[in-house]
Design a protein around this ligand. Sequence first.
Ligand SMILES: Cc1cc2nc3c(=O)[nH]c(=O)nc-3n(C[C@H](O)[C@H](O)[C@H](O)COP(=O)(O)O)c2cc1C
Length: 391
Amino acid sequence: MAFDIEQTDELLSTTKAVRRRLDFERHVPDDLLLRCIDLAEQAPSGGDIASRRWLVIRDPETKSKLAELYRAAGGSDIIKRAEDRRGTGHPKEGVVESAAHLAENLERVPVIVIPTIWGVHDGSGKPGLFDSVIQSAWSFCLALRARGLGTAWTTLHLGKAKEIAELLGIPEGVTQVVMLPVAWTIGTDFKPAARRPASEIVWFDSWGYTKQNLGAEPVQGTNQGNSLLEGMPGVSVEVDIAASPERVWEFASDINIALQFSKEFQGAEWIDADGPKVGATFIGRNERADVNRKWQTTSWVVACESPKVFAWNVNDRDDPSAQWRFELEKIPVGTRLRQSLVIGPRLSATGTAMVENPDQAAKLLSGRQDMHRGNMTLTIHGIKHLAEAVG
Ligand SMILES: Cc1cc2nc3c(=O)[nH]c(=O)nc-3n(C[C@H](O)[C@H](O)[C@H](O)COP(=O)(O)O)c2cc1C
């Protein structure tokens, strides 16, 4: 059987957390839920042991108690946060508003479905528990969506898992994983969310090794002549820092402070500019002791958005031999700092060596990626150390 790829992709990309568009009035029949659970049970499980058990809750009083527990476990905080943020234009205003709507109305959904599994985590790291439920529960969400129903993946209630076990008679030795409020959706049109493209979060053959130009037309530049280079290979490294993006930015945007940790860095200075801004240029001096090589480059700042992104292109603004980038993302613990490098499109020293020695190209590339990854890791950890230092 040939699948309709367009429809399948639509299903996969638009099965979203539905909260404000759950129809509280329309009945959801049991046979429909059982059909979706039968489909969900096709998901893999550790040891192929059928240990999942599903609770379907319709009783109004039980739903009310579940809703109370959900609010006690954090739902009330979300309701409060939504009130505080209402009208502020905060980037998460919409999500929090939606989550608050669910927290306020959980008892009104026609059914609450709770997938569980026999077993408790023993800390062994072996498969068979959460990883035998989640894929199945998600299949259930997809099957619902395909039929015009929706749900939201919720876990807040797990803070009250013991009370919920008592309420529902769940025995010792059974683990709860997620709670799914299920309803018909109001309208069936949902849009994919903005997500980080795969090319930025997929590592090829080794952690952090990227390809920026997958399947697309070769980037116009001087890199033609080697298929590995035409894929625009690179390296990305990341670290979580317990400091605000503003504080991390101070170090990441200072070329002498940020880059000093790389073993190749021998200093940098701004040319006709006194700091980072788009269009500013700086000279960087580098040295590689392993091949006894010193060199100097001019770099163009191509992005400078405090406290989010600082990027520069090396040797030529529009046809660079390397593209460097710091990205700062605000996360609950502080900042996730990412440094990335894309090699090319203009031939760099590595690129030239690869074109001249095609048999050795893969080895030359991975050797250079390895070296960059080492230096970049030193760099982001150096910045972490500075940013987390008190004072
Ligand atoms: C592990 C996990 C826990 C979640 N817990 C909750 C929750 O307790 N309450 C809630 O309203 N949404 C919860 N969500 C839903 C996310 O907020 C939602 O997936 C996210 O906002 C992205 O929206 P989308 O699923 O529509 O793309 C959870 C999602 C995941 C993956």
